[in-house]
Design a protein around this ligand. Structure first.
Ligand code: HEM
Length: 451
């Protein structure tokens, strides 16, 4: 099994020591969560920080992570500020709801992501990927694989959700979704004081226009489909479940909120993981050949079980999400005083769990910044702490779409590898960057060559 010892995956600069809290609110550090992190952050289990009147905890120890996100999760909720950002965009859907509202929706939505339901969507994932491949150039070219990944996962989620409704699978719909997501991670003063609806900046004006378009279009779709969901796609199932459990007005409102939630949460994260995976394969040609051989040997079988027949690609994907976790930070606010395994956490204090830091922590991983997919071979995985690898979060709010995402990513990678060879253009080094998801700044322009 090949790993290229000379290949050191790209990462942003770090600084040698902790900086004062206010420095996090300036320059590049404000725009990118992973920029300029202090070296000691990758060594300590916990660090308390103060910024203005906020008390923050960086929580790195896997036991503490388990305490906050699982064992005592009722005491740690999404912070008010996060909800303030999410609510105007995706309403009271699964990602932004709390308490009983959340529990009810999670119960309703969960069957849509059960193993059998995801396996039934595998054919659609493969078809959408094959359709996208038809427009790829037939000669060697530099191609922005981050954009290709976004187009592909966008087409898949739109097809899965809405059976390819012509209003929602177009480039126009994709642009509206992008406009809505792109501002979610922008640090904006008016948002912090609850006045984002009055923010006159061009990106916020675009966001409001796109949000209106999406909500009106989805509202129309809900009215047309009616309480029986109007079809056998993902959205139809979701609508039927909501109408069966809730008064019609509430069901209609939550159908729109959740359509937006899944549309937004269900493609960018997977596209990000794909961009980094194909970069890591482009940097390690021998490993890419091995993965290609696995893909070619398995593509012809039953598509419903294709993802399960790609163990090498699965290890590569797991290692990709260790090095480049799409979701950068899990933040919680303590609702009451607590003892966080020896560390006092007071009501109102914020817990920051950064998969980026935990996944590169020196006390948890050998050679933490180096690529080694063997870490995820079953015998090695069994040695890891349950909460040292957390790309999809932990506990009751763990990503509901994890199985969908993994199946989708493996199917897409297998198709890509079966038709093209990927390499790094001379001198190219991507820059991990981001506030909501860990995108490559400026895209992922790779050399793409027909086989
Ligand atoms: C590689 C791809 C993905 C990654 C890395 C990812 C990551 C995450 C993480 C870390 C959380 C938990 C956030 C927290 O605890 O604060 C989460 C929640 C969520 N994800 Fe994903 N996600 C991915 C793909 C998807 C897909 C494909 C969908 C839907 C089709 C989806 C829908 C959601 C929803 C609705 C939640 C909220 C769940 C709840 O609060 O009950 N995600 N995701």
């Amino acid at each position: 099994m090949a790993t290229n010892a000379a290949f050191i995956p790209a990462q942003p600069n770090r600084v040698p020591d902790w900086l004062p809290g206010w420095r996090g609110m300036t320059g590049e550090r404000l725009r990118s969560v992973v920029h300029g992190i202090a070296e000691p952050a990758f060594d300590v289990w916990h660090k308390e920080r103060q910024f203005m009147n906020l008390q923050l905890h960086i929580v790195n120890h896997p036991d503490m992570i388990g305490h906050v996100l699982l064992d005592n999760h009722a005491n740690y909720v999404r912070p008010k500020l996060t909800r303030q950002i999410l609510k105007p965009v995706i309403g009271n859907g699964l990602l932004s709801a709390e308490g009983e509202d959340w529990r009810k929706q999670r119960r309703i939505v969960a069957p849509t992501f059960a193993p059998g339901a995801v396996a039934r969507m595998a054919g659609l994932m493969a078809e959408a990927t094959a359709e996208q491949l038809q427009s790829w150039p037939s000669e060697t070219r530099r191609v922005d694989m981050a954009q290709v990944a976004t187009d592909t996962t966008m087409a898949i989620i739109a097809k899965a959700l809405f059976s390819g409704d012509p209003r929602l699978v177009t480039r126009e719909a994709a642009k509206h979704i992008e406009a809505v997501i792109s501002v979610a991670g922008q640090p904006r003063f008016l948002r912090m004081i609850g006045l984002q609806e009055y923010d006159p900046s061009p990106s916020m004006i675009r966001m409001r226009r796109s949000r209106r378009w999406l909500r009106e279009t989805l509202g129309q779709l809900v009215r047309e489909r009616g309480p029986d969901g109007g079809g056998d796609d993902f959205f139809g199932g979701l609508m039927r479940a909501l109408y069966a459990d809730l008064p019609p007005d509430e069901a209609a409102e939550l159908a729109v909120d959740n359509a937006l939630t899944f549309y937004a949460a269900g493609h960018e994260t997977t596209a990000t993981a794909l961009s980094w995976a194909i970069y890591l394969l482009a940097g390690q040609p021998e490993l890419q050949e091995e993965a290609r051989a696995e893909a070619l040997a398995n593509l012809d079988g039953d598509v419903a079980t294709l993802a399960e027949r790609l163990p090498l690609l699965r290890q590569i994907l797991d290692e990709t999400m260790r090095l480049y976790p799409s979701a950068l930070q899990l933040i919680r606010e303590a609702v009451a005083d607590d003892d966080m395994l020896g560390v006092p956490a007071k009501k109102g204090e914020l817990m920051f769990i950064y998969p980026w830091i935990v996944h590169r922590h020196r006390q948890l991983w050998d050679n933490p910044d180096g690529f080694d997919h063997h870490r995820f071979a079953p015998e090695n995985k069994a040695q890891q702490h349950r909460f040292q690898y957390i790309p999809f979060g932990v506990g009751p709010r763990i990503c509901v779409g994890a199985r969908f995402a993994i199946t989708e990513a493996l199917i897409i990678l297998a198709h890509w590898l079966s038709v093209r060879r990927f390499s790094l253009p001379p001198g190219f080094r991507p820059l991990p960057y981001g506030n909501v998801t860990l995108r490559p700044k400026g895209g992922m322009p790779l050399l793409v060559q027909p086989l």
